[in-house]
Design a binder for this molecule. Structure first.
Ligand code: HEM
Length: 526
């Protein structure tokens, strides 16, 4: 700033004074805000124990936490606070609140809680989904998004179509093992897209991915292990009385190492020998600079990203497809309407393809309702407040774990009427103001699931082609009455229906030929 010579000293002191006043004002405001925010109430919730430090530990459910959290929401409101051993946890039971905090204020809610059991003891730090929000995480996320943005994900449709055609053949020949066939199919799709790896029956890499994933999701349940609340416990040796969590952790660590190393070693060998099929892995190896300028770091990121992909991808798609099958038993009318739409739009002499998607609104609505009716990750993956925040007059202190109860949000009857019914029609009302369930099921803000386009594509094709070819009905009891399986789901970070019997049989004879013709016209291999 240039000042006129005569007025310079006076103007300078005024200028200094102004700056000083601004600094003072800012500091007073910040301190006032800080003081005020510290004195603001925390969100309401179940009353903690009178014993210091224990908090709500006795209130915490041991399974299906999302249902208890939902009940709490009905009593205490859409934003609840519980405290366990000094750790504050906010639970969100409303779409509006989740949107306001986790989407609109994503800049301060994108961190993850430390989770020492899974991250440190079981060595899942390689999984970007559990990493703190920082430079390393951003590199992993960039590499992942490169492979799974909408355009790239659509590029994988030929793999999904091929494996889905083989699924239809398996359902035709051996329908009672439908869950095994679905598991094989989702595994085959993910392994081919991720690594260019064609799976075999009882495949070793699929077994490793499933076992590692199961160990992780059981351990990652909020409050499952005390060590997550008292991280110092991670130094307690395995032989110490009461330290059985260390044994669980050791087994989990062994699986995590297998998961990270074995499939990667196979893929690397194929790549170096020039035999690698097109895949997420191959693409990243050829464009390592997307992950990092440092080739060694880039290779590490490729290794982590591919491991995350096959650890999380197959099971989640499987769970949502099983929910669709279960829903067909609970809502038989839906099947009839869908088949009428398929026959009218696609006809009966070919299978539906991705090109039919826009012309099949009812099928699209079934996919949405399957994602809403039961949630693959009912409590999402926990976020962490990176600074103090104030919402609707409540303080959310820095370090609070923030859980979006996605199951609760999807069953909020002020948003979704008759929420426990499977009613795809709710999404067909013109200009429906209902939230799209994919904006709930796949999470929030900067941590939103990067595999969502791939997952939705898989689910869509399973729904459209299975309904085009088969009827899905309940088994019949000795009394001649249909046995509708209950809606029973596993607990853990990820949830899926408990095994249930059902009948899957071709709608007519021409469907049998259709499936056989489609299988016969598949190329020998990829
Ligand atoms: C129906 C299938 C799926 C569902 C319902 C689902 C759901 C979710 C949810 C709720 C999150 C946490 C988002 C948040 O923190 O708010 C997430 C994260 C993630 N998902 Fe998925 N997912 C599915 C399929 C997939 C697939 C197929 C892949 C891989 C191709 C995948 C990869 C990931 C990754 C890497 C993250 C961590 C993202 C981050 O922390 O930045 N998911 N998913």
């Amino acid at each position: 700033m240039t000042l006129p010579a005569s007025s310079a000293p006076q103007s300078l002191s005024i200028w200094y004074l102004e700056v000083l006043l601004v600094v003072l004002a800012v500091s007073v405001c910040t301190r006032t805000f800080f003081k005020r925010s510290k004195s603001l109430p925390l969100p309401p919730g179940p009353r903690p124990s009178a014993i210091p430090f224990v908090g709500n530990i006795a209130d915490m459910p041991s399974s299906q936490e999302w249902k208890t959290f939902y009940e709490w929401g009905l009593v205490h409101g859409p934003l609840i606070k519980v405290e366990i051993m000094g750790q504050k946890i906010c639970i969100i039971n409303s779409y509006q609140v989740a949107n306001d905090l986790l989407n609109d204020r994503s800049a301060i809610y994108s961190d993850r809680p430390a989770m020492p059991m899974v991250n440190d003891l079981m060595d899942w730090k390689f999984n970007m989904g559990l990493q703190p929000y920082g430079t390393e995480y951003k590199k992993h996320r960039k590499a992942f998004q490169h492979g799974f943005n909408r355009r790239e994900s659509n590029g994988y449709q030929p793999v999904q179509t091929r494996e889905n055609t083989l699924l239809l053949e398996k359902l035709l020949n051996d329908p009672s093992n439908y869950d095994h066939h679905l598991r094989t199919t989702t595994g085959a799709i993910i392994m081919m897209i991720g690594l260019g790896y064609p799976i075999t029956e009882n495949d070793e890499f699929v077994r490793i991915a499933e076992a590692a994933q199961l160990a992780m999701v059981s351990a990652a349940r909020p409050g499952a292990y005390l060590v997550d609340l008292l991280p110092i416990l991670k130094y307690v040796p395995e032989w110490f009385p009461g330290a059985s969590f260390q044994k669980v952790a050791r087994k989990g660590r062994e699986l995590s190492e297998e998961l990270q190393n074995k499939p990667f070693a196979w893929a690397l060998q194929q790549f170096e020998e020039g035999n690698a099929l097109p895949s997420f892995f191959k693409d990243l190896m050829e464009h390592k600079e997307i992950a990092s300028d440092d080739p060694e770091e880039a290779e590490h990121i490729v290794k982590c990203a591919t491991a995350v992909m096959y650890a999380t991808g197959a099971d989640t798609i499987l769970a949502s497809t099983l929910t669709f099958i279960l829903a067909m038993l609970h809502a038989p009318h839906v099947q009839k309407i869908a088949q009428e739409e398929l026959d009218r739009v696609v006809g009966t002499d070919r299978l539906p393809t991705y090109a039919d998607q826009e012309a099949l609104p009812y099928i699209n609505a079934i996919v949405k309702e399957s994602l809403r009716w039961e949630l693959v990750i009912p409590l999402g993956v926990p976020h962490r407040a990176m600074q103090d925040d104030v919402y609707n007059g409540y303080l959310i202190p820095e370090g609070t774990t923030v859980i979006a109860n996605q199951w609760g949000i999807s069953h909020d009857e002020t948003v979704f009427s008759d929420p426990f019914a499977f009613r795809p029609e709710r999404f067909l009302v013109e200009e429906s103001s209902l939230p799209d369930p994919s904006t709930i099921a796949f999470g929030w803000g900067r941590r939103i699931c990067p595999g969502r386009f791939l997952a939705e594509n898989s689910l869509w094709l399973h729904v459209a082609t299975v309904l085009a070819c088969f009827n899905i009905t309940p088994t019949v009891g000795d009394d001649g009455k249909p046995i509708i399986p209950p809606r029973e789901y596993t607990s853990g970070m990820a949830s899926r229906p408990l095994p249930f019997p059902c009948r899957i049989y071709p709608r007519n004879d021409s469907v049998v030929d259709l499936i056989k013709d489609n299988v016969a016209s598949l190329p020998e291999s990829y």
